[in-house]
Design a protein around this ligand. Structure first.
Ligand SMILES: *Cc1c(COP(=O)(O)O)cnc(C)c1O
Length: 368
């Protein structure tokens, strides 16, 4: 079997796209404003506008966006932040690195945080909730914002996987006091290196984030609080500005591939469902199977690369499991079943059919 379907393909094979990106980088080389150049401001303005926010602050990564946003809200030692059990570990690390304690809520079958679990976990030390729009699907923001309002908690979106996702016409990045994005090369809106963004409507937070981004300094020399260097690279910003107009098309293509998978895989495995009023962007297309490990091996033997996001729940990580607080019974069940199958805009219709055929042949074999 020599057919191969890679999980991701980060090459830029399209000549026009490659030329456009090279030109964007060349412009930076020519104007020479390499550090916090004009493209950074352009990107901040455009991403903020896209999310319906007043301000964008470009930073060095999604992890840094989360860490800086939490610090800007004065979250630190003695505080608790409630987040999901199932995410990339950066979410929990950003909380822990402020000195605060992450508290892990359970998830629902759509793999997003369960608002009822969040509500049960709110305690006297809780300062914020940090929902993650996992797989590119928005969380139940109505319920979560209600809980935040009721208990006077900050809400911080981890929208790293969900740029341009929507719920009832409202975009990821528009909820709560601050929202965070990653634009690392794997994301749907991606640079060619590390990059992140915080968006907010609060001017005081914007100012604080700008000084946190550069060693806590308020002018070239005066440091008013300890911090690290988290500036976004101008070359990455230039690439992202060049890519932003094409993101809508990338997402349309991903959504089309998702509809094909939905149809071809119905009745064979659990497929992700888009709820009414939601617009999912399919950072991953995550199926579920009770025989997940055998299915993964079957697909691998047929040249199809898949991934398990993320095999170790955050509260089970060696860094967190001692004395951990949270609820994750459903997450423990679901994480044993999840499998991310190839989902990117470069997949052909033939690739999608091949992947689906191979999953169907596994299910038939299992049934026989
Ligand atoms: C990618 C990602 C991050 C971290 O972003 P980086 O830019 O890699 O630091 C954080 N949270 C989630 C949910 C992510 O998917």
């Amino acid at each position: 079997m020599d057919k191969r379907v890679p999980f991701l393909d980060l090459r830029i094979a399209d000549d026009a796209e490659r030329q456009a990106l090279l030109q964007a980088v060349e412009r930076v080389f020519r104007h020479g404003r390499i550090v916090l150049g004009p493209e950074v401001h352009d990107l901040e303005t455009q991403v903020a506008a896209h999310c319906g926010r007043k301000f964008g602050i470009g930073v060095s990564s999604g992890t840094d966006a989360l860490f800086s946003a939490l610090r800007a809200l004065d979250i630190g030692p003695g505080d608790e932040v409630i987040t999901t059990s199932l995410s990339w570990i950066a979410t929990a690390n950003a909380i822990a690195m402020t000195g605060a304690t992450p508290v892990f809520a359970d998830i629902r079958d759509d793999l997003n945080i369960d608002p009822e679990s969040v509500d049960r976990l709110v305690g006297p030390r809780t300062k914020a909730i940090l929902p993650v729009h996992y797989t590119g699907k928005m969380c139940d923001m109505t319920a979560l914002m209600d809980i935040a309002a009721q208990h006077k908690l900050h809400s911080i979106e981890d929208a790293s996987q969900a740029f341009d996702a929507e719920v009832h016409g409202r975009k990821a990045g528009n909820f709560g006091i601050v929202s965070c994005f990653s634009m690392n090369p794997m994301k749907v809106f991606a640079g060619c290196g590390e990059a992140g963004m915080v968006v907010t409507d609060r001017e005081d937070l914007r100012d604080r984030l700008i000084r946190l981004r550069y060693n806590g300094t308020i002018n070239r020399e005066e440091c008013v609080e300890p911090s690290l260097n988290g500036r976004i690279d101008t070359v990455q910003a230039a690439i992202l500005v060049a890519r932003l107009p094409g993101v809508a098309q990338i997402i349309e293509r991903r959504r089309q591939i998702a509809r094909w998978y939905d149809e071809l895989l119905a009745g064979y495995v659990e497929t992700p469902r888009e709820s009414p009023g939601y617009r999912d962007v399919y950072y991953t297309y995550t199926i579920r199977s009770p025989r997940r490990d055998a299915l993964k091996a079957h697909l691998e033997a047929l040249g199809i690369e898949t991934k398990i996001h993320h095999p170790i729940l955050m509260p089970h990580q060696p860094a967190y499991r001692n004395g951990v607080r949270g609820e994750f019974r459903r997450a423990e069940q679901l994480v044993r079943q999840v499998l991310c199958i190839p989902m990117h805009e470069k997949l052909s219709g033939a690739d999608v059919h091949y992947v689906a055929d191979c999953i169907r042949s596994f299910s038939r074999k299992a049934a026989a």
